[in-house]
Design a protein around this ligand. Sequence first.
Ligand code: ATP
Length: 237
Amino acid sequence: MSDAILTVENLHVSYGQVNAVRDVSIRVPTGSVTALVGANGAGKTSILSAVSGLVRPKSGTITYKGAEVTRRPAHAMVKSGLVLVPEGREILSTLSIAENLSLGGWHRRRNLTANVENMYERFPVLAERRKLPAGSLSGGEQQMLAIARALIAEPEVLLLDEPSMGLAPKIVDQVFEVIEQIRTDGTTVVLVEQNARRALAAADFGYVIETGEITHSGPADELLADEAIIEAYLGLD
Ligand code: ATP
């Protein structure tokens, strides 16, 4: 079995009385795409928030590149190569596309110009409109900008929270093509999606999460082939 770049063991996340994540353990092999799927409110975003240092877990252990990082703050996680593309994209809509991209490199000036140029090559629509406010982009283009901004940080692990949310089917196809390219480039991807079939089809491993707990996990193709799982969890896509 390949090495895991990221592991989560017995994670609990609470917001006051709400136990959003209960005893979740996840293993993300280096270079894999790992999908976390489940309904709205299942706790998927809370897992990513804990991993990326945005919320403090109540208990549990997060290990990244062999070191325990359970309470490492978000900015330090980004510096060590773990980068989140948040749900809703969090584009700064009044800033230009170029300015949004530069923010992705706030922590490392090195390579910034080259990395931005790389993203312009990869996403020509961003290049053409680089001086325009990011808010002028369509939803799909904003998602590409959010992903490009994260890639400028040179992630070793990219966490994507609902990248296909609210996008037209053709644009969803493009987002998944980009995810495939990112994996081909050697970056490990953790993909959170309500669009479970699509996410599992793109993934190597999958975890089904229901009301804060993992109900099923395994190779993504096995989860997709399991009639009972499809019916119980994935049938409503
Ligand atoms: P979504 O797709 O809607 O983001 P999710 O699977 O990512 O769903 P979470 O956002 O992690 O789920 O939410 C899990 C539970 O925690 C939900 O019951 C939610 O209402 C609750 N929750 C999330 N964030 C907070 C918060 N900041 N304060 C209080 N409760 C929260």
